[in-house]
Design a protein. Structure first.
Length: 171
């Protein structure tokens, strides 16, 4: 599958054609089609090689940590989104330290260990690929109405895109 990736050791970034296709590895995951991906100053810093760490076993990091996606498949344990739902994915993933109370309580932005992972930034591929597989607890559904989006502080363009795709101006 195509993706936009940075190769930190080679100091290159480019479109690649052979990024692995996403698949559901557990019943708590979803597979999503990327619709919009934001580019920001963080991405600029990554493509100028200030930071950005590929996942273990890869020499490249797929960029993109701000996304709007449509669910295309859900694992059997997923009950809060269905195929066709629009979602925004969380960037930061919790560490696995059993002593890190922040990550254990779903507050990985306050991780005590620094061993968290971030999509498109640190140890996890980002969203600048055609599709993605994501752990089930890591999304905000936009299909529940506008309050979900506004409470989450979602960029207006994401909501406009959601409205356009749904043909609904009241979202």
């Amino acid at each position: 599958m195509k993706a936009l990736a940075v190769y930190p050791q080679q100091k290159q970034f480019r479109v690649i054609d052979n990024h692995p296709e996403p698949r559901l590895d557990s019943p708590s995951q979803v597979r999503a089609q990327m619709l919009e991906v934001g580019i920001c100053g963080t991405d600029k810093e990554i493509v100028t090689f200030e930071y950005g760490d590929p996942p273990e076993g890869f020499d490249y990091l797929v960029l993109g940590h701000e996304s709007l996606a449509e669910i295309v498949e859900t694992g059997s344990d997923v009950t809060d989104v269905v195929k066709g739902d629009l979602v925004v994915f969380s960037v930061r993933r919790p560490c696995h330290d059993p002593e890190c109370i922040a990550c254990l309580s779903g507050r990985q932005d306050f991780c005590y260990t620094g061993e968290y992972q971030e999509r498109g930034i640190k140890s996890r591929h980002g969203f600048l690929a055609a599709a993605e597989d994501v752990g089930a607890f890591i999304w905000i559904s936009l299909s529940g109405g506008p309050a979900v989006g506004w409470r989450a502080g979602l960029p207006v363009r994401f909501l406009e895109t959601a409205q356009e795709r749904r043909g609904n101006s009241e979202m």
